[in-house]
Write a protein that binds this ligand. Sequence first.
Ligand SMILES: [Zn+2]
Ligand SMILES: [Zn+2]
Length: 279
Amino acid sequence: MQAAKEKKTKTPPPIPFLPCGIIDSHAHVIREFFGEDRDDYISEAHSMGIKQFVNPGVTTQGLEELIEIIDRYPYVYGAAGQHPHDAKDFDDRAMADLQKAMTHPKMVAVGECGLDYHYDNSPREVQIAVFRAQLRLAASLDKPVIIHCRDAWDDAFALLREMVETVGGVKGVFHCFTGGPEHLETIAELNFYVSFSGILTYANAKSIQAAAPLVPADRFLVETDCPFLAPQKVRGEKNKPPYVWFTAQKLAELRNVTLESVAIAATQNAQRLFNLPRV
Ligand SMILES: [Zn+2]
Ligand SMILES: [Zn+2]
């Protein structure tokens, strides 16, 4: 195991990685968060069983770097979107930038985009309009959408139902799932995927943990959402793609199955959703 570059006093717990590998469905490995070590983290991910990962954009300013990354690393894929926090800055030019980025063959999804009524960093009406525009873009390209949804389930579901009625629906994933069992019926009806982050491993995440065994085996993904939300065993550290194994381990425990079966299913599900090569 590669020693982390940060100075620290205690030895980190071993990462439970398996030869079958796994996919981190959502990892922001960019300079803003990883600085000059960005490429070391990308290489380390691959050596720790991360077969592929998706690096989603949050604004159009980041697209140039994302394209540089996905051009350089065969196992890294991109997504282009505007985060709800920054919905207030979205305009026609930004939409044109997203459309252009989505012509790249390794841009596998639109996102992340969605609604965040927890922070309300952009007015809700603006968040809805910008989310709707990106849902329509995804539908027009027949690409999945990566949805960020915090405390906004009713409006998110209403918009996805609107897409079913107007454009025949969109496919996609609720990333960093923070809902509960009560949301799973509608998610299934919409044929969406659910991606579990390190939050699943936190002691107070009771409703997420209750939902974990109820998601169909062909509908869950795992992710780090790094550099945020490091799993409990490494909480307080900067999160990174290999730590997705801790979340997968917790998911296996909650579903009462082996880590290997979770890793294989999460890999197959991500490859199916994002249309990735079956490596
Ligand atoms: Zn998010
Ligand atoms: Zn994210």
